[in-house]
Design a protein around this ligand. Structure first.
Ligand SMILES: NCc1ccc(-c2ccccc2)nc1
Length: 243
């Protein structure tokens, strides 16, 4: 998978080259290119924004600069990317989105700042048949899209074959079965007077699986009843309903 990121703060994306993602890049599972939007300005001030039509606070990112940057980066590789624009006004980014994008051959993240990017940049890309996803990672407003890109790239790249040492952990993720992950424990058996639940040390794998499922159902019901309500009928078996 090739990932391009266009931003006015390339340094913000440095963490993508650390740890697990850094290893995936080093292993050639991912090609990452971060581009400075200002490389496509032509004025001495390298202006990337301007006042909004219709007035109002803040500034809007200029379409000319973004148009040139996108055209240039698109041309760097024959593969057509999904273009992703992080925005508080976007559709929710979920595990399902991460799964879908993990199948893409190329992703291009356009990081806005200020009040966002002139809408015509997205409209022009869509008008040329390019898939553009305006997505939100949560209902809060950041100062720019870069932090959201760090989150989304991590969620996607960890799903790529060969990235996680143990693929089973991606399958047993929270959300992969529609429920939140239950509590996890490791040694010591007792810590500050708190013992590990007996069943987990019983060696009875059926009982352990049942206990874990019950804890996941309990936690989901308490913290995310919306996820429980969204589960398809078939997702809960008789034992689940008894819980
Ligand atoms: N859903 C999180 C999120 C994503 C992007 C932005 C943002 C803020 C300012 C300018 C451009 C993007 N804010 C929140």
């Amino acid at each position: 998978m090739r990932i391009d990121v266009i931003t006015i703060f390339p340094g913000y994306l440095a963490p993508l080259r650390e740890a697990l993602l850094g290893r995936a890049i080093a292993a050639g599972l991912v090609d990452l290119d971060v581009h400075d939007l200002r490389d496509w300005t032509h004025d001495v001030h390298q202006a990337v924004d301007d006042a909004p039509y219709g007035g109002g606070p803040g500034m809007v990112m200029r379409p000319q600069v973004w148009g040139e940057a996108l055209d240039a980066v698109l041309a760097r590789d024959a593969r057509t990317p999904r273009i992703v624009v992080p925005t508080p006004a976007g559709r929710p980014f979920t595990q399902a989105t991460a799964q879908e994008w993990a199948g893409a051959e190329r992703l291009l993240f356009a990081c806005g700042r200020y009040e966002g990017i002139d809408q015509r940049v997205v409209d022009d890309a869509r008008g040329r048949g390019l898939p553009v996803d305006e997505v939100s990672i949560g209902d809060y407003v950041l100062v720019g899209g870069e932090a959201a890109v760090l989150v989304m790239v991590e969620a996607v790249v960890r799903l790529l074959p060969g990235v996680l040492g143990n693929p089973a952990s991606a399958e047993q993720d929270s959300f992969s079965d529609g429920l939140l992950e239950g509590p996890a424990y490791t040694r010591p058996e007792t810590w500050r007077g708190l013992a590990v639940p007996e069943v987990l040390r019983s060696g009875n794998h059926a009982a352990i699986a049942r206990w874990r499922r019950d804890r996941a159902l309990e936690r989901t019901a308490q913290r995310r009843p919306d996820l429980l309500a969204a589960l398809p009928e078939r997702a809960l078996d008789k034992a689940d309903r008894a819980f």
